[in-house]
Design a protein around this ligand. Structure first.
Ligand SMILES: [Zn+2]
Length: 475
């Protein structure tokens, strides 16, 4: 048996103005994927490869492109990725038994609103009609009709924060092998729920997700239904494909029963529409700071949720730094603001020297002035192909980075010579707070800040999302 594998993974935030070029995808071709820890240990491709190898299947690795969440993908980047994947698989089509892909599900290209659907329909057109295509997808995929029609198997992560990424790849590969070995052609069906929810309202250990997800296991006991997934969707995209989807996979001759099953869970999700509350206590920024100061514990971890790079925000807003300095907070740390020019300035100065910085943006507007900050340089370090400077101003320490990075691993603080326990408040540019940061927290909260990932979805300027949709519209 011979199966082609490929990946195209990007969560696109259409509210951020920076475009995402091909370089950001760090593409890997052919067998080079096997020596990439990123693809083999962190991504669904790792699980796909494990299963196919274990089952003695010959693997044909094609092309693998994945980028950090960021702005709209350039048309030229997408055309390269599509061409590499489609032509690579087409060239071997006669010698293939199946295709197994890792896609995100919420990519958005300058001139293509549904690139995953576009890629899958291009593959479907180029491949024999009975060659099965399986995909592993992120739980935050905005699933479309073109994806469902053109793939035989779609499987989503079941955890957020995502800790089953590799396992989901394995599951997609297992279902593909099941279909081939038992000669059971599968189809995918979906039921749409007109609901916009953020990841911070749908962590899977919290209600109502922890009540809805076990229903997937129940559904999978139905004869003829081999997989059920609940896609929460991605709300920071002004996309005609936004919303929640229930996706089921099963035998081709059972379409009506599969539709009924998907609709049943979609109705359960809809009934819960008012229960997707923030999974962590949430406050406007000034109140979050006051709550933290009044609390005897430390450190209090506050998420600057409007400027979350792991959901594609630019990570360059200095709004929280300004608020902490103006409030006169002592022993606060902000991790971290992106400003390459400020990092250069700190590297040029010595440690202990005073620098006059113009940091990031002082408000959530493209033309907003930077925040003027006269601060002392504490540390400068080059780490993980990024450059970091730590500066301090009247008891407020700020980590400044040359490039965006996910604020998920507190080990960074140690590498910068900082001890979490020394701080009363640690602000992380994050949405939901990573398990590692949660472990440090005496208390945790979301600050409902402005930005590309504003958690107050009704404040975002949507023009293209399907209407009506809850909670933008009364339904
Ligand atoms: Zn996700």
């Amino acid at each position: 048996m011979r199966i082609a594998i490929a990946a195209m993974m990007h969560e696109t935030n259409t509210f951020t103005t920076q475009l995402t070029p091909l370089e950001d995808f760090r593409p890997v071709e052919g067998e080079a994927v096997y020596s990439s820890d990123y693809w083999m240990k962190e991504m669904p491709i790792g699980g796909i490869v494990q299963v196919l190898r274990k089952e003695g299947v010959e693997i044909l690795p094609i092309y693998f492109a994945g980028a950090l969440p960021s702005g709209v993908v350039t048309s030229s980047a997408y055309q390269v990725i599509k061409e590499k994947i489609v032509s690579g698989i087409k060239a071997e089509a006669a010698n293939l038994d199946g295709v197994c892909l890792a896609l995100h599900g919420s990519m958005f290209v300058q001139d293509v609103t549904d690139p995953e659907g576009d890629l899958l329909s291009a593959l479907r057109q180029q491949l024999p009609a009975d060659l099965p295509i399986a995909c592993a997808l992120d739980m935050h995929g905005n699933i479309t009709e073109a994806m469902v029609t053109n793939a035989n198997i779609l499987v989503g992560y079941r955890t957020a924060p995502h800790i089953d990424v590799v396992q989901t790849g394995a599951r997609a590969a297992e279902l593909l092998l099941l279909s081939l070995r038992e000669q059971r052609p599968f189809i995918t069906r979906r039921a749409y729920v007109p609901l916009l929810i953020s990841g911070e309202q749908s962590e899977t250990d919290e209600r109502p997700m922890n009540e809805l997800l076990p229903l997937l296991d129940e559904m999978e006991k139905t004869p003829g239904l081999v997989s059920a997934s609940l896609f929460a969707g991605f709300p920071w995209a002004d996309s005609p494909h936004c919303g929640v989807n229930v996706v089921v996979v099963g035998d081709k001759d059972r379409a009506a029963a599969l539709d009924q099953q998907a609709k049943w869970l979609a109705d359960r999700v809809w009934e819960q529409r008012d229960n997707f509350n923030f999974t962590t206590e949430s406050w406007p920024l000034p109140e979050a700071i006051e709550q933290a100061l009044a609390d005897p514990g430390q450190p209090i971890i506050i998420s600057d949720a409007g400027d979350n790079p792991t959901a594609g925000a630019a990570q360059d807003l200095a709004i929280v730094v300004k608020a902490l300095v103006e409030r006169g907070v002592k022993d606060a740390l902000v991790v971290g603001v992106v400003d390459p020019a400020c990092v250069e300035q700190c590297f040029a100065a010595g440690e202990g020297e005073l620098v006059h910085l113009n940091l990031g943006r002082s408000a959530y507007r493209e033309d907003a002035d930077p925040y003027p900050l006269e601060a002392e340089v504490v540390t400068r370090r080059a780490l993980d192909s990024n450059r970091f400077a730590v500066v301090t101003k009247d008891g407020v320490m700020v980590v400044i980075a040359a490039r965006r990075f996910g604020v998920t691993d507190p080990c960074l603080l140690g590498e910068l010579g900082l001890k979490p326990e020394d701080f009363k408040i640690i602000v992380v540019k994050s949405g939901y707070i990573s398990p590692e940061y949660q472990r440090l927290a005496a208390r945790k909260m979301f600050a409902l800040t402005e930005g590309d990932t504003n958690l107050v979805l009704t404040e975002l300027k949507y023009e293209q999302v399907p209407r009506p949709i809850y909670p933008l519209d009364e339904m």
